[in-house]
Design a protein around this ligand. Structure first.
Ligand code: SF4
Length: 306
């Protein structure tokens, strides 16, 4: 039987306002009285879960709830937690907790928001988070060079784990931007090929590039409904939300045969993704650039191996 990643929403608020953000910010919190439903779900499905990921919006706005969930599920899925944060709310208490219980933590940075390098680097060192932290480098059009400079600054400060991703769907990529993106992708990937100490999340594990952030994941929304794909949290994908609905948390077990359900939902998602990608010319070009660099990386790695 397949194992699933669980993506859980604990809040639909964020303290940032990024221009490329498409998530529906209706400022809800996970109802504390219902958290035990989720904990029971983890308990009874522990054999079929890979990890729990706290993702989208700013999860650390609900750190109290995250802590309660981790404290009460940790004995079933030891340290299999991931978190994506914009880093603005990090402090000693949170970093100490991440160090103890989390497997991977993504620090998202872009060229729009203030990123407090010194404070973040200090916290990473103080709590020995080097191996757990991946810098999520978000590249926007007009800001490609800044993104590369951020990469250089982090790399030269001895932090080596990265996840590189351009902004999809919500920003227009013109010819010059795509050409700048190509230049910096090549520079980053060449550095990765030459330096064995760099880790690239996702890119290095695949022989092809996939813009989708979801892979065999069950997404539990703030109202305790389960969906295939966390894309349903965005305006762009909201219109297929009903199609991606799977079940309610309170009477759901992964022991149900999910194979066929997941297969159908995945097809629906892929069709929609293809349809909107085909509608927008620059989106196709952006995918082409990223596909090219996925092949570039894999061919270079293969050649160097010999
Ligand atoms: S940090 Fe993430 S959720 Fe918050 S505004 Fe930016 S993109 Fe949206």
């Amino acid at each position: 039987m397949n194992k699933y990643n669980i993506i859980l929403h604990t809040t639909t608020s964020c303290n940032f306002d990024c221009s490329y953000c498409d998530v529906v910010k209706d400022k809800k919190q996970l109802d504390f009285s219902k958290i035990n439903l989720f904990i029971d779900f983890i308990k009874s499905n522990k054999e079929n879960l890979n990890l729990i990921k706290f993702f989208w919006w700013e999860p650390l706005l609900a750190f109290k709830n995250i802590k309660y969930i981790v404290d009460n599920t940790n004995m079933f899925i030891w340290n299999k937690y991931e978190l994506v944060t914009n880093t603005s709310l990090l402090n000693d208490e949170i970093c100490d907790y991440l160090e103890k219980y989390f497997e991977i933590v993504f620090f998202s940075i872009d060229s729009e928001n203030f990123f407090d390098y010194n404070n973040v680097f200090k916290l990473i060192d103080r709590y020995n988070l080097n191996n757990k932290v991946y810098f999520n480098l978000i590249i926007s059009p007009w800001k490609e060079i800044e993104a590369y400079n951020q990469f250089e600054k982090i790399y030269s400060s001895w932090y080596k784990n990265f996840n590189i991703l351009p902004v999809y769907f919500t920003k227009i990529w013109n010819k010059d931007d795509l050409s700048n993106l190509s230049v910096i992708m090549k520079k980053i990937l060449d550095k990765f090929i030459e330096n064995k100490d760099i880790k690239l999340f996702w890119f290095q594990n695949n022989s092809w590039y996939n813009a989708s952030l979801t892979y065999d994941a069950l997404f539990i929304d703030i109202d305790q409904k389960i969906y295939y794909s966390d894309f349903v949290s965005t305006y762009l994908w909201k219109i297929i939300k009903d199609d991606l609905y799977i079940w309610n948390l309170n009477n759901f077990s992964i022991w149900n045969d999910l194979g066929e359900i997941i297969f159908n939902k995945k097809n629906r998602l892929n069709l929609y993704e293809k349809a909107i990608t085909n509608k927008i010319k620059w989106q196709i070009e952006l995918h082409k650039v990223m596909d090219y660099f996925s092949k570039y990386l894999n061919i270079r790695k293969w050649v160097l191996k010999d």
